[in-house]
Design a protein around this ligand. Structure first.
Ligand SMILES: Nc1ncnc2c1ncn2[C@@H]1O[C@H](COP(=O)(O)OP(=O)(O)O)[C@@H](O)[C@H]1O
Ligand SMILES: [Mg+2]
Length: 424
């Protein structure tokens, strides 16, 4: 978000000389807080631009204060557009309050009524992505949003999280799908699950869908794969839940090359905010290669000896493959399986030197019902311990706190935006 360097001295009211290409803006969520109905109309007309067709916009009546009230108890979207008629000296303090409730990855564009270069510079320095002076036109709004998400300096919008089973059947796919589901529900952002187990993947079954070949076709296309084709291969399973499903058929072998997922993941990263990769229990060249692009890796294991041996091997290898990243996170699943002697969770975690983020209890009836009905645990039993565990996993790996006013005050990681604000 190096807006200041690229535009220093320019106020938002200047017309952009060119538009940021013709690239589509990714499937991001935008919430606008407008004090005047003309501003709301302006933003809505910007959303009619072809490049905005995947963007989900909600407009609210309100100012910075209105946004603060909203985000006290609601998740922040990918971008907040907020109109303010405060005087320049009061704007930074009002935004500082907003920053307290903002996720560090959330972008903020301020729409103001004062054309003031000093104010512009101060806001940009404090972490605001752009300050646009009203009145303006729809093109300026589209340009500012395009710069954030597809501009030269734009970071990839997608966070990629991989779930790796320590042993077949340890529940890695179940954990990935349920955590993705909760992320979609609580954060209200577009989530994609990629089933990387081509012959045996269960994402279609678990969401009670019969989607097309998805990931297999994406891999087959390789160099010809582009965003438009990929879009056609993604199927929608529920509100905010998208799937790149596996064929789940055995008509042909799937001998994948090391870089086979590379192009697909790269394209996905620039289209969807939250990407959950469901890895099979294999250790191939492509698995190792894919590790390097993940923002977070979760090892799902059962608390027995074979799982421990495998989890240790995985944790050590993954650390070696990602020397500059943190250790993988550990989830223990099927804990408390009747009559099974189990390794204690604390011992398991310390033996592989990974943070234990959750323990999911064994519950044959609950998981069996969900699996057979093609439902998520949240749909079968929202108040179960297992579902609570998926909530914690989801919040931890997406880096997003579950938005409950009380929790949000205490635990939210404000480091990004707050640090920037303090520097100002
Ligand atoms: N905590 C649990 N309690 C009972 N059964 C579970 C639990 N977690 C997963 N299962 C079941 O275990 C089986 C294997 O799960 P799956 O997620 O496909 O494993 P993996 O992807 O690691 O091979 C599925 O039938 C699933 O419903
Ligand atoms: Mg699996």
């Amino acid at each position: 978000m190096n807006v200041f360097n690229s535009k220093s001295g320019k106020t938002g009211s200047e017309k952009p000389g060119h538009l940021s290409g013709t690239r589509m803006i990714p499937r991001v969520t935008v919430q606008a807080f407008c004090e005047n109905s003309q501003t709301a109309q302006l933003i809505e007309s910007a959303m009619n631009d072809r490049r905005m067709s995947k963007v989900a916009l909600t407009t609210h009546n309100g100012s910075i204060q209105g946004a603060v009230e909203t985000y006290r108890s609601n998740p922040t979207p990918n971008l907040i557009l907020v109109e303010t008629s405060l005087s320049p000296e009061n704007i930074p303090a009002a935004l500082e309050e907003l920053a307290e409730f903002c996720d560090p990855n959330t972008h903020v564009i301020v729409l103001g009524h004062v054309n003031d270069v000093l104010l512009y510079r101060e806001l940009i320095r404090s972490g605001v992505d752009e300050y646009i002076v009203l009145p303006t036109d729809a093109n300026t709004i589209v340009f500012a949003i395009a710069e954030l998400f597809v501009g030269e300096d734009a970071a990839p919008v997608g966070r990629v999280m991989g779930f790796v089973p320590a042993k077949g059947g340890s529940g890695s796919s179940t954990t990935a799908h349920n955590s993705a589901w909760i992320a979609a529900q609580t954060l209200r952002q577009e989530v994609l699950i990629v089933d990387m187990d081509l012959p045996f993947g269960t994402v279609g079954l678990n969401f009670n869908q019969d989607p097309p070949n998805g990931i297999a076709d994406a891999i087959d296309a390789q160099e010809n794969l582009d965003a438009v084709m990929l879009d056609r291969l993604i199927s929608k399973a529920a509100n905010n839940i998208n799937l790149l499903a596996a064929p789940g058929t055995l008509e042909k072998p799937y001998d994948l090359a090391q870089g086979d997922f590379e192009k697909t993941i790269e394209l996905l990263q620039s289209t969807i905010p939250l990407i959950f990769l469901d890895f099979p229990h294999v250790w191939n060249g492509w698995v190792r290669k894919t590790m390097s692009v993940l923002d977070e890796v979760v090892i799902v294991a059962e608390p027995d000896l074979a799982n421990l041996r495998n989890a240790k091997g995985l944790a050590d290898s993954i650390r070696a493959l990602r020397p500059t990243e943190g250790s993988p996170l550990l989830v223990l699943n099927k804990v408390g399986l009747p009559k099974r002697p189990e390794i204690s969770p604390a011992e398991f975690a310390s033996a592989i030197d990974c943070e234990l983020i959750e323990q999911i209890p064994f519950d044959a009836a609950l998981f069996g019902t969900a699996a057979n009905n093609g439902q998520m645990i949240a749909e079968v039993s929202a108040n179960s311990k297992a579902n609570e565990a998926f909530g914690t996993i989801s919040a931890k790996i997406t880096g997003r706190e579950i938005p409950q006013a009380t929790q949000k005050m205490g635990k939210l990681d404000l480091s990004g935006l707050l640090k920037k604000l303090k520097k100002a």
